[in-house]
Design a protein around this ligand. Structure first.
Ligand code: BGC
Length: 611
């Protein structure tokens, strides 16, 4: 779907990124050149910390790896990935160099939204294993020095959760007020549109024009209580009523259940959508209809309401009471950096440690590579969040993979490597998605009858769903790419698995996998890349993104990336007599000795230590 220039495919995300535009305030020059003596006059600093601090929490320099458990590794031959499958791949993950994994929901669920509809927050879905398997995964991961973060879905439960079953049974049930109910209005009331009349029940229509992110009205009628309930997502995902303190208590209890078992933190699903306008005012129509055929709406009354921040502050306190720097990561599609800053708690920094910055990885203008826009977004992220730590991400289970979104069809492999260079060499925590490291591509179903993701069925053919970016991990060139012994995995393996897989790429010195490993290792071991400050170089270049990372007493590191399909020659004004290449995918730069007149091949990335 397309939403004011945003190319993310399905409406849930479109709604959350609506208003996204490159109108952000231009950065002021921070006078870094003078401070650092000799750096090009156009350089701007984007980092505050000058040296690695041992007191830094683990997540600050971490690489976090998202695992979609259905698709990572099947250990029991049922065609669906599981927890024991993940445990069996810990050596691989260790070898890749990640610090933590985030596992998408593995709780009991009817799987309407593949786990994002949870029916019990304190157990494991039998499809994925048992609580004992989870305990073992946490313990084994610890031995591998890998932390385990879980997904936490707070906005809604499954309609099969006992809370909702009780809530929907009668208005006097104590759980009724745990969800968002409304009597609706008479279908013949003034102003009711023909579209709203489509959702008429017993002479009543929903109270307003709110549309579900996944299609249709956001209100569903329950005859037993003669009321509608609100659902931002599927109707099987009723929204919890966060204005009721009992809901917060119960959900914080569920979070403690897992924190007590030793998990390192949570990725908070759809977290800006917890609250809705108490007056239930109509959203403003923005014109046209979306892929599901519903009117396009603004989301001011259903998304990012200020009330959410009180909850997050209390949550931060709850999580911080645990030892070991537990972390809160937010799924925060937001329109600009100023909004993102609020999710850190602004200057107080008392909310999420790591709200995701979707502005760098998910550009609003069809995700084409534009050095100036990347530079602007990265600088904003580094300077306009009160010195907090940015979290960059290019890929997840909801969007077409970045290799396809940014790829030009001719240089996709080089472009995937370039994006990895941005992800791992900027001064941000890095979040990656399984398969990104081998260059897995999105394989969208070609026939409606093959689609598993419900939005792809209701939205076909305009919206084909998210199956394409959730295909099984490609481990080998063997049957089912080594994902499963079952000939019918829950989604088909992508056709390119014979060449795009871990086994093959482990043996190729210049493979995607090799590149990801090199960069992750450099980021860990090189002090400047690990935690040095960041200074943009060559800031007027429309074609090359270049910056320097510096830390006191250590060689500086320069990074330069050619964002175009033509060779680009650069001269970087950095003090030092020469350079030594640390990593590059451009063979001609492996033995580069100078920062002057360096020619970068199309989409090449170059990381070099200044001597
Ligand atoms: C998750 C989606 C899910 C939705 C509803 C999201 O943001 O990432 O996969 O469908 O929340 O829970």
């Amino acid at each position: 779907m397309v939403c004011e220039g945003v190319s993310m495919r399905h409406k849930g995300y479109g709604t959350r990124v609506r208003g996204f535009a490159f109108t952000a305030v231009l950065l002021g020059v921070l006078g870094m050149a003078a401070m650092r003596g000799g750096v090009a006059a156009t350089a701007q600093t984007t980092g505050m910390d000058a040296s690695a601090k041992s007191s830094d929490p683990w997540w600050k320099h971490a690489v976090v790896y998202e695992i979609y458990p259905r698709s990572f590794q099947d250990s029991n031959g049922d065609g669906i990935g599981d927890l024991n499958g993940i445990t069996s791949r810990l050596d691989y993950l260790k070898g890749l160099g990640i610090d933590a994994m985030w596992i998408s929901p593995m709780y009991p669920s009817p799987q309407v939204d593949f786990g994002y509809d949870i029916s019990n927050y304190e157990a494991v879905d039998p499809q994925y294993g048992t609580l004992a398997d989870m305990d073992r995964l946490i313990a084994e991961s610890k031995k591998h020095n890998i932390r385990v973060c879980l997904d936490m879905v707070l906005n809604h439960t499954s309609d099969k959760h006992q809370w909702f079953i009780d809530a929907a049974s009668s208005r006097s049930n104590p759980k009724h007020d745990w969800y968002v109910w409304n009597d609706g209005k008479p279908a013949n009331a003034p102003g009711v549109t023909p579209y709203q009349k489509r959702f008429e029940h017993d002479g009543m229509v929903p109270p307003n024009n709110w549309v579900s992110g996944f299609g249709g009205s956001a209100w569903e009628w329950v005859p037993a209580v003669h009321q509608f309930y609100y659902h931002e997502f599927y109707k099987q995902q009723p929204d919890l009523n966060w204005r009721n303190p009992a809901v917060e208590q119960a959900m914080f209890g569920a979070m403690r259940f897992w924190l007590d078992r030793g998990i390192a933190g949570f990725r908070l699903d759809a977290i800006p959508t917890l609250f809705e306008d108490p007056q239930l005012r109509d959203e403003r129509e923005t014109g046209g209809v979306n892929a599901q055929g519903d009117p396009n709406l603004d989301d001011s009354y259903t998304n990012n309401l200020p009330e959410v921040h009180d909850v997050i502050r209390r949550m931060r306190k709850m999580v911080e009471a645990y030892p070991g720097d537990r972390v809160l990561i937010g799924e925060t599609y937001l329109p600009n950096t100023a909004e993102l800053d609020k999710w850190y708690g602004g200057a107080a920094q008392d909310e999420l440690q790591l709200p995701m910055d979707m502005l760098v990885g998910f550009h609003g203008d069809h995700d084409h590579l534009d050095a100036a826009k990347f530079r602007q977004h990265i600088e904003e992220a580094e300077t306009q969040i009160h010195g907090a730590q940015p979290l960059f991400v290019f890929d997840n289970h909801d969007n077409v993979r970045a290799i396809n979104r940014y790829g030009d069809g001719a240089h996709d492999a080089e472009i995937n490597k370039l994006l990895a260079a941005v992800l791992f060499t900027t001064k941000a925590t890095a979040l990656m998605y399984y398969g990104e490291e081998i260059g897995m591509t999105t394989t969208t179903p070609t026939r409606k009858e093959d689609v598993k993701d419900p939005i792809g069925i209701t939205g076909w053919p305009k919206e084909k769903g998210r199956d394409g970016e959730r295909t099984p991990m490609q481990w080998t060139a063997g049957p089912q790419a080594g994902f499963s012994t079952n000939q019918h995995p829950w989604l088909p393996v992508a056709p390119n698995y014979k060449t795009v897989n871990v086994a093959v790429e482990s043996k190729e010195p210049d493979s995607q996998l090799d590149w990801f490993k090199q960069l992750i290792e450099l980021r860990r071991s090189n002090p400047a890349l690990h935690s040095g400050s960041m200074t943009m170089l060559d800031t007027s270049s429309p074609s090359v993104l270049a910056y320097e990372r510096t830390v006191e007493g250590q060689p500086a590191v320069v990074v330069a990336m050619n964002f175009t399909a033509q060779p680009q020659t650069i001269s970087l004004d950095v003090p030092g007599t020469g350079v030594k290449t640390l990593a590059t995918d451009d063979p001609t730069l492996k033995s580069a000795t100078s920062l002057k007149n360096v020619t970068l091949a199309p989409f090449a990335a170059w990381v070099a230590a200044v001597q």
